[in-house]
Design a protein around this ligand. Structure first.
Ligand code: F6R
Length: 369
């Protein structure tokens, strides 16, 4: 059932282009308009939404963190993303115009379920983004948008993550469409690019051998740091989470802008630091700032592992290892940039002799607190 792969995780990483395509299927029409009839929250209600709160745990939370950038940019609705385990014990300010989005692969995560109950009790509408048909979280929500990743067996989430991003973006774009915000060239273009993401993930997958080789060479390291900013920041957190759970290594993700506020003190000779570089096009200010960060950490001895888009030449002089990802709009970059990090963690786990599909102490679905 592993389809010729050694681990379910490898199979699921390889299935990502299809998972992404399946999640888009039937949701964008020939004119590039979104059709999400399945949502069960009518457009009039969606036009009234004045606040969005995303709640989730772990990898799904990282998807929500990334979605916040897209939602605020495309819809101009204030959006926050919170760990379900924090949200449920807080006294959040919610009402009938708040849309709470609960993201969960399994649909059974206790904290996420409790967070959505907490939200509904206060009159908020809850939309579930979920991969498991008929599971508890969608059953208890007002509406559901299913991700079509297919069953995810490996404990570490990969294809579900990419499809969660796709689903979040569909919701964001749909909100933009029904509310008429920024609807026009920019969103039209993004919809087109979104439709190409599966192919681009395929391109990334075809170039992963150097990443695997690099990972094998790092098996004896104690720590790996990850840096990113804007949507690259949650990608850095996700890269670190994958490494912790699979390789049992100390791994931490930081917002690159925070480097000088503390983390730079950790840099020492030979420390591997993975840097997710934003596109030099678009938000080029951020690109230039991160290139300076790479220079700074390298000058202090870090081994720089740079993930940068095709054609970005500015990073070349400072990259000890360079991983290329295809050109894509800034907000979509996480879908291609996350893939090498998954491969990296999986290969490191293998090199360290760990059980890839069943990491120690972890369960696929966390139905207790
Ligand atoms: C990490 C991982 C976990 C889950 C988290 C939420 O690879 O798999 O962090 O993402 O437990 O699970 P779901 O999405 O089922 O609610």
């Amino acid at each position: 059932e592993k389809g010729g792969y050694d681990y379910f995780m490898l199979k699921e990483i390889a299935e990502q282009p299809k998972a992404v395509a399946d999640t888009l299927l039937g949701r964008i029409d020939a004119e590039g308009q979104l059709t999400l009839d399945e949502l069960r929250i009518d457009d009039a209600e969606l036009r009234e939404v004045d606040k969005i709160v995303m709640v989730a745990c772990g990898t799904a939370y990282h998807a929500g963190m990334i979605a916040k950038y897209a939602i605020e940019h495309w819809t101009r609705i204030p959006c926050e993303t919170e760990l379900a385990s924090e949200f449920r014990y807080r006294d959040p300010i919610l009402d009938g115009r708040t849309l709470v989005v609960a993201i969960s692969q399994s649909g059974e995560t206790m904290d996420t379920l409790m967070a959505l109950r907490h939200a509904r009790e206060q009159g908020a509408k809850v939309l579930a983004i979920c991969n498991t048909n008929g599971s508890t979280i969608p059953r208890e929500s007002d509406a559901v948008l299913y991700t079509h990743a297919g069953p995810e067996v490996a404990v570490a989430s990969t294809k579900a993550f990419l499809t969660q991003l796709v689903a979040c973006y569909l919701v964001a774009l749909y909100l933009g469409q029904v509310r008429g915000t920024k609807w026009g060239d920019e969103i039209g273009e993004v919809v087109g690019e979104l439709a190409r993401i599966g192919e681009q993930v395929d391109e990334v997958l075809a170039t992963m051998e150097p990443v695997r080789e690099l990972a094998r060479g790092l098996a004896d390291k104690g720590t790996v740091l990850f840096l990113g900013r804007h949507v690259g920041y949650p990608v850095a957190l996700e890269g670190a989470l994958k490494l912790k759970e699979l390789a049992y290594m100390h791994a931490e993700g930081f917002a690159a802008g925070e480097l000088k506020h503390g983390p730079i003190a950790l840099i020492e000779d030979g420390l591997p630091v993975v840097v997710v570089v934003p596109s030099p096009r678009g938000r080029s200010v951020l690109h230039d700032k991160i290139v300076s960060n790479i220079q700074e950490i390298r000058a202090r001895g870090a081994m720089t592992i740079v993930i940068a888009e095709e054609g970005d030449e500015a990073v070349v002089p400072y990259a000890d290892h360079l991983v290329r990802v295809p050109r894509t709009p800034t907000l979509l970059q996480p879908m291609v940039a996350a893939v090498p990090l998954q491969v990296f963690a999986c290969e490191l786990a293998t090199a360290r002799g760990n059980e890839v599909d069943q990491p120690r102490n972890l369960a696929k679905s966390v139905t207790v607190e």
